[in-house]
Design a binder for this molecule. Structure first.
Ligand code: CP3
Length: 345
């Protein structure tokens, strides 16, 4: 992973999967029972260490990703989040300057101490050749949940606020830039070797908004991490950015870009790969389906991208309905590469 992120081209590319831990694994559903509330789970190092290790035991990925959630940061800022069964995260929304002022950055390090403890323990638990990834949500994506108050909306409220009172909204973004940098720096000090920034909702922004609310805050975080954590590579995931991904790579200075399944392999290879390491982009629906289509897609991605700096991954996270055997099949094809190219017609 570290060599690939320095731009090295490896014969067998490294691989891991976004959301590689979680509900598709029976052993996760089993430990998950030990905590009624998902946030309590995230703040229990015994449980999060176990959840992080579960996919590694099955599939031998080249990286472990800290088990946590992007929404622990707003929780630490004082905007209490509740994860409801079947509904996802629910917040009392932030919609004014007074709401922003009610948040406080003072307690984030104490509040998030269990996360840093998880990272520290993982450095002793995972094999030396397996990289440990720390992560956070990018400011725009975290703000979507904070302002909308839940997931799955059309993002009408946040877009209106960002357009009509951009100075007010900028204040929230600035708070997120500052606190995300502190949060990630502490993860690295605790042992994280790579950082990934999830901007899952970047794709709803138009070009001008994308520059201001996705690229610019990401660039500021990357710049500051270069100072506080020199040499630690950063992967950005501006999901559904389309052709704006090129600007994102150039302007943010990230080391790697994670791409969704709708991004053309040819375009990735020609336009992005000469500029930075690329990661992706198997369709998580095909991972559910399995069979020949899964083999074909997996090999197709390996053929198209393994000639440049590349990390094999999905285009978005593993979904709960995914059969674990399908994940095993993809791991087998990647681990056996390039010999496995012949196996699949
Ligand atoms: O990748 C991993 O294995 C590490 C764990 C991880 C989780 N969430 C665990 C989780 C990571 C990296 C995340 C990131 C995350 N969380 C994102 C960005 C990536 C993406 O998927 O777009 C976002 C947008 C969230 C916010 C979030 N967390 C939502 C909307 C939900 C509810 C919907 C859902 O998927 O359940 C969560 C809950 C969540 N985060 C679960 C897990 C395993 C399920 C909760 C449970 O087990 O009860």
């Amino acid at each position: 992973m570290l060599r690939a992120l320095k731009g090295e081209v490896l014969e067998r590319p490294p691989f891991w999967f976004m959301r590689q831990a979680g509900r598709y694994l029976p052993e996760y559903r089993e430990v998950r029972k030990q905590s009624k509330n998902f946030l309590d789970f995230c703040y229990s190092p015994d449980l999060t260490v176990e959840a992080t290790l579960q996919p590694l035991r099955r599939y031998n990925m080249d990286a472990a990703i800290l088990f946590s959630d992007i929404l622990v940061l707003p929780d630490a800022l004082g905007q209490k989040v509740e994860f409801r069964e079947g509904e996802g995260p629910v917040f009392k929304p932030i919609r004014s300057v007074a709401d922003i002022d009610s948040l406080s950055a003072d307690r984030i390090e104490d509040h998030l101490a269990p996360v840093f403890e998880t990272v520290g323990r993982l450095t002793k638990e995972i094999p030396k050749e397996t990289a440990l990834i720390g992560f956070a949500g990018a400011p725009w994506t975290v703000a979507v949940y904070m302002v909308e108050g839940r997931g799955g909306t059309d993002c009408g409220r946040i877009r209106k606020w960002a357009d009509d009172a951009s100075d007010e909204f900028q204040k929230l973004v600035n708070l997120l830039v500052d606190t995300t940098t502190v949060y990630l720096t502490r993860q690295v000090e605790s042992g994280a070797e790579i950082i990934q920034l999830f901007d899952s909702w970047a794709g709803i922004l138009n070009e001008e908004q994308f520059r201001r609310w996705s690229i610019e805050p990401t660039r500021r975080i990357v710049d500051r991490l270069r100072e506080s954590c020199p040499g630690v590579p950063v992967i950005g995931f501006p999901r559904h950015a389309g052709p704006l991904a090129e600007r994102y790579v150039i302007d943010t200075g990230i080391d790697g870009i994670s791409l969704d399944q709708d991004t053309s392999l040819e375009w990735i290879a020609e336009t992005l790969q000469p500029k930075c390491t690329v990661q992706g982009n198997l369709d998580n629906q095909i991972l559910i389906e399995g069979g020949e289509a899964l083999d074909r897609e997996t090999i197709g991605i390996l053929k198209a991208l393994s000639k440049g700096p590349f990390i094999f991954n999905l285009g978005h996270g593993v979904l709960p309905a995914t059969p674990p055997e399908h994940v095993a099949r993809v791991a087998e094809l990647v681990l056996g590469w390039p010999a496995t190219a012949k196996e699949v017609g």
